[in-house]
Design a protein around this ligand. Structure first.
Ligand code: PLP
Length: 403
C-alpha cells in the first residue's frame, strides 16, 4: 500500500480530495471500496497482537474497515481534529457521544433549539438511565451559565439551527464549558467544516450527520464524531466495539466521495441561498425571512465571523396571512404549487427541498409549544440545492402568486 506523503499546510478543498488511507498494490486513483465484513490474519501470533490492540491491523468491520477509516481521516482533516469516528447515522453519533461521556447522575446543558431527535434522545432516553438535562436558550449565554451544576459534564449546541437558523457563539460556549470542566459538543451539520470549524473555536467534539451535506446528494444515512485522539480511543472506540452503531463501508465510501466536492457545493449552495433570501425579503407576500447571511438576521455579525462570511444553504420564511388557518393554507399553497422542489424531510442535497415544519418536523408539538419555538403555520423551509436561481424563484412564484 503506497501513498505520496501529503505536504503540510494544505487547504480544505485539497484535503477533501487527497486525504485517505493508502492505496492498495493496484494504485487505484479513486479510493477502493472494501466491502468485507472481516479480514484474514496471517498467523495466530499476529491475530493475537491485533486483538490485544498491540499492533495495527484490520480484524472485523464492526471495529475498523479501510474505507471507513479513509472517510474518518478525511473528515478529521477537514474539521482540524486529531481523529474521527464514523457512525451509522447522525443520531448514532449523538448516541455514541452520550454513551461515551455520560453516566447516571451526570448533567447535560443543551440548547432548546437543537434537532428534535437530539432533545428526545438526551431528555427521554438518557433520562431513563439517570442522566439529567437542562434545555436553555440558543442565544442567551446567561441561561447557559446559570444552568451549570457541579455534575455538568456536557454542553451541546447546534448552529445555525433548523428551521429558524438561530446562531450561537461557539467560542463563548467553549469558555463556559471549560470553566465548568465540561466538554462542548457542536452539531456542525448545517455549516460543515467548509464554512465553520468548531474545533478552532474551542469545541471539543464535532457532531455530524453525514446524511446531509457531507454526502451532499441524498443517498445514504451516515454520521460521525470528530474529537481529540485520546477521547476517541478512551471514550468512543470501546462503546463502538460493543454497541455496533458502525457505518457500513459502502455508505462510508459514498460519503468519502461526497466530501471531495464539499467546499464548492457549500459555496455554490450558500450563494444561491443568499440570493434567494434577498429576493424573498423583498417579496410582497413574504412577512419575514430567516437567513444568517441577511443583515436583518439577529446574529448576522456573529454568523459571518463564525461561518467564513457565508450563510449556509437553508432559508426559512413566513408567508403573509391573517390567522393560523390562513397562514397554513398559504404555506401549503406555495409548497404544493412547486414543480421542481422536492417535498421531503431531508436537507443538504443538491436537489432543493421545501418543507412545512409546523405540519411535519414540528407536527407533534402542541400549538403553544410550536409558538414558543417560533414555528408559525406560515413558515416554509427551503434547503437550497444547485438548481439555477431563476428556476428556483419561478418555482416559488407559482404559489406566491396564488396567495
Ligand atoms: C439530520 C440531523 C441529525 C440526525 O442525523 P441522521 O443522519 O438523520 O441520524 C442531527 N442533527 C442535525 C442538525 C440534523 O439535521
Amino acid at each position: 500500500m503506497t501513498q505520496k506523503n501529503l505536504p503540510e499546510g494544505l487547504h480544505l478543498d485539497t484535503l477533501a480530495v487527497r486525504t485517505a488511507v493508502d492505496k492498495t498494490q493496484y494504485g487505484e486513483n479513486s479510493e477502493a471500496l472494501f466491502l468485507t465484513s472481516s479480514f484474514t490474519q496471517p498467523d495466530c501470533a499476529t491475530a493475537a497482537r491485533r486483538f490485544a490492540g498491540e499492533e495495527d491491523g484490520y480484524i472485523y468491520s464492526r471495529f475498523t474497515n479501510p474505507t471507513v477509516a479513509s472517510m474518518e481521516q478525511r473528515l478529521a482533516a477537514l474539521e482540524g481534529t486529531e481523529a474521527c469516528i464514523a457512525t451509522a447515522s447522525g443520531m448514532g453519533a449523538i448516541l455514541l457521544l452520550c454513551m461515551g461521556l455520560l453516566k447516571a447522575g451526570d448533567h447535560v446543558v443543551c440548547s432548546r433549539s437543537v434537532f428534535g431527535s437530539t432533545i428526545k434522545l438526551i431528555a427521554s432516553e438518557f433520562g431513563k438511565f439517570g442522566v439529567e438535562s437542562t434545555f436553555v436558550s440558543q442565544t442567551d449565554l446567561g441561561e447557559w451559565k446559570s444552568a451549570i451544576r457541579p455534575s455538568t459534564k456536557l454542553l451541546f449546541a447546534e448552529t445555525p439551527t433548523n428551521p429558524l437558523t438561530e446562531v450561537c457563539d461557539i467560542r463563548a460556549l467553549a469558555d463556559i464549558a471549560h470553566a465548568a470542566g465540561a466538554v462542548l459538543a457542536v452539531d456542525n451539520c448545517f455549516c460543515t467544516p467548509a464554512l465553520q470549524k468548531p474545533a478552532a473555536l474551542g469545541a471539543d467534539v464535532i457532531v455530524h450527520s453525514g446524511t446531509k451535506y457531507l454526502d451532499g446528494q441524498g443517498r445514504v444515512i451516515a454520521g460521525a464524531l470528530c474529537a481529540p485522539q485520546a477521547m476517541v480511543k478512551d471514550k468512543f472506540i470501546p462503546v463502538m466495539r460493543s454497541a455496533g452503531i458502525t457505518l457500513s463501508p459502502f455508505n462510508a465510501w459514498v460519503v468519502l466521495k461526497g466530501l471531495e466536492t464539499l467546499g464548492i457545493r457549500m459555496e455554490a449552495q450558500s450563494a444561491r441561498a443568499l440570493a434567494l433570501a434577498q429576493w424573498l425579503e423583498a417579496h410582497p407576500k413574504v412577512a419575514r425571512v430567516y437567513y444568517p447571511g441577511l443583515a436583518s438576521h439577529p446574529q448576522h455579525a456573529l454568523a459571518m465571523q463564525q461561518q467564513r462570511g457565508l450563510g449556509g444553504a437553508v432559508v426559512s420564511f413566513d408567508v403573509k396571512g391573517a390567522n393560523p388557518d390562513q397562514l397554513r393554507a398559504n404555506a401549503w399553497r406555495v409548497i404544493d404549487a412547486t414543480q421542481l422542489m422536492s417535498v421531503t424531510a431531508n436537507l443538504g442535497d443538491v436537489k432543493t427541498i421545501i418543507t412545512h415544519p409546523a405540519s411535519t418536523s414540528h407536527g407533534r408539538l402542541t400549538e403553544d409549544q410550536r409558538q414558543a419555538a417560533g414555528i408559525t403555520q406560515g413558515l416554509i423551509r427551503v434547503a437550497v440545492g444547485l438548481e439555477h436561481l431563476g428556476d428556483l424563484q419561478a418555482d416559488l412564484i407559482r404559489g406566491l402568486e396564488l396567495i
